[in-house]
Design a protein around this ligand. Structure first.
Ligand SMILES: Cc1cc2nc3c(=O)[nH]c(=O)nc-3n(C[C@H](O)[C@H](O)[C@H](O)COP(=O)(O)OP(=O)(O)OC[C@H]3O[C@@H](n4cnc5c(N)ncnc54)[C@H](O)[C@@H]3O)c2cc1C
Length: 383
């Protein structure tokens, strides 16, 4: 068993670390979040480094990278903030969906723009009555000549209001069979007639923002169908493992940075004549947390490695998502207790970590849903 990286992977990590130091250190990520600001320089930076095409095959101008490289980038960007890592993941996942399932015309049109950071997709799965039970979605698309007519409502569409964004909306194109059947994926232009967006006020994730999308008699050309008609469930699940690996790298990086910040504070803040980190109540909490972070990191790279060698890794990716997200939340909770009054000030980066960590075990499939998936792989009936 080997735990080392290749020279190229070490270099990638160093480059990503320098990028975070120069472009988006945590204080800067917090400022963008406080100001609800989407910084174009972030995605431009990803594009210049070739990261937006990294997971695409070389035949379409991509870098031919694997889930291991994505996890490395996710981990380093997570040190800045989860939202920064998510900004990368969102565009990258879009590239993968278009590359895997798009028509030749769609790929020619969109992939160069996505790799250049000028186009992105927002994922429109969730609806007001379809969250964890995503196959219960009800937005309809009825074929009419060369178009589909779409009616319904999407919610939590991350980044749907950003410039150059299409919504990859999952819709019901036929009824009558199992609920997973009859779904299709359509690219919806948010500026089309009949589309309305409303930004949802949230505790964090303010760089990308997340939106309700109201769809009323929206005409979408049949050429914007992504993947087969009624084959949307497979499109939805197609990239889910690699997405979980990438974002779980983000959780681990965010958890480690949070612990490092809390440690800095504990080593310098003195009470009762000594640094507070010397009190055993805190020392053991730090030791436990570092152990949990290291365990989460190993789960991420195990899933990444399995994916990179073409092995199935569904349960392993779920374990990485479950442990990574809950460890980030635990790190931020401990960080708040260690920084105490200073952390409670909304000027502190710790308060920002705490706000954004809460969503980690919710978005991208909740912890309960990950546990169900892991239980199913053990022959148990996880609903
Ligand atoms: C910031 C943010 C960004 C998001 N971005 C996107 C996006 O870009 N695109 C998109 O489509 N969606 C997005 N989502 C939606 C996200 O995927 C859902 O919030 C998530 O899947 C949970 O759905 P829900 O919030 O409706 O909770 P519910 O499904 O209503 O769940 C409520 C509670 O019940 C539990 N529960 C539900 N079913 C089960 C079960 N079978 N077994 C055990 N427990 C269960 C859940 O774990 C949870 O604790 C985002 C959400 C947030 C908060």
């Amino acid at each position: 068993m080997r735990f080392d990286c290749t020279e190229e992977q070490d270099l990638l990590r160093e480059t990503a670390r320098n990028f975070v130091d120069q472009v988006c250190p945590p204080e800067q990520a917090k400022k963008w979040d406080d100001e609800h600001h989407y910084p174009p320089e972030l995605v431009e930076g990803f594009a210049q480094l070739g990261w937006l095409g990294l997971a695409l095959p070389e035949s379409v101008g991509g870098g031919g990278g694997t889930a291991v490289e994505l996890a490395i980038i996710g981990e380093e960007l997570g040190r800045a903030s989860l939202d920064v890592a998510q900004t990368y993941a969102l565009t990258l996942m879009a590239a993968l969906v278009v590359e895997r399932h798009g028509t030749a015309e769609m790929r020619d049109e969109l992939l160069p723009l996505i790799m250049a950071g000028r186009r992105r997709l927002s994922i429109g799965m969730s609806e007001p009555d379809a969250g964890s039970d995503i196959a219960a979605l009800r937005t309809t698309a009825i074929r009419d000549g060369d178009s589909f007519v779409v009616n319904g409502q999407k919610t939590w569409c991350t980044g749907a209001g950003l410039p150059g964004t299409d919504i990859l909306a999952y819709v019901r194109t036929s009824v009558g069979g199992k609920k997973h059947d009859g779904l299709s994926a359509l690219l919806v232009d948010p500026s089309a007639n009949g589309v309305e967006l409303r930004k949802i006020p949230t505790l964090a994730r303010h760089i990308l923002g997340t939106y309700e999308v109201f769809l009323s008699d929206v005409r979408v050309s049949a050429g914007r169908l992504v993947g087969p008609l009624d084959g949307g469930w497979d499109v939805m699940l197609g990239g889910i493992d690699v997405e979980r690996v990438l974002i779980s790298g983000g959780y681990v990086g965010a958890a480690q940075a949070t612990l490092d910040e809390a440690l800095d504070h504990a080593k310098t803040r003195r009470q009762f004549g000594r640094p507070v980190g010397e009190f055993q109540a805190l020392t053991h909490a730090f030791a436990d947390l570092q152990t949990e972070i290291d365990a989460a990191r190993l789960l991420v790279y195990r899933a990444a490695w399995l994916h990179s060698v073409g092995q199935p890794c569904g349960p392993e990716a779920s374990m990485a998502k479950l442990t990574g997200s809950e460890t980030y939340e635990a790190a931020a909770r401990l960080g708040m207790q260690v920084c105490a009054g200073m952390g409670f000030s909304t000027e502190s980066t710790m308060s920002f970590r705490w706000r954004e960590s809460i969503v980690a075990p919710i978005s991208g499939g909740t912890s309960q849903i990950q546990r169900n998936a892991i239980a199913r792989s053990m022959g148990l009936r996880g609903y």
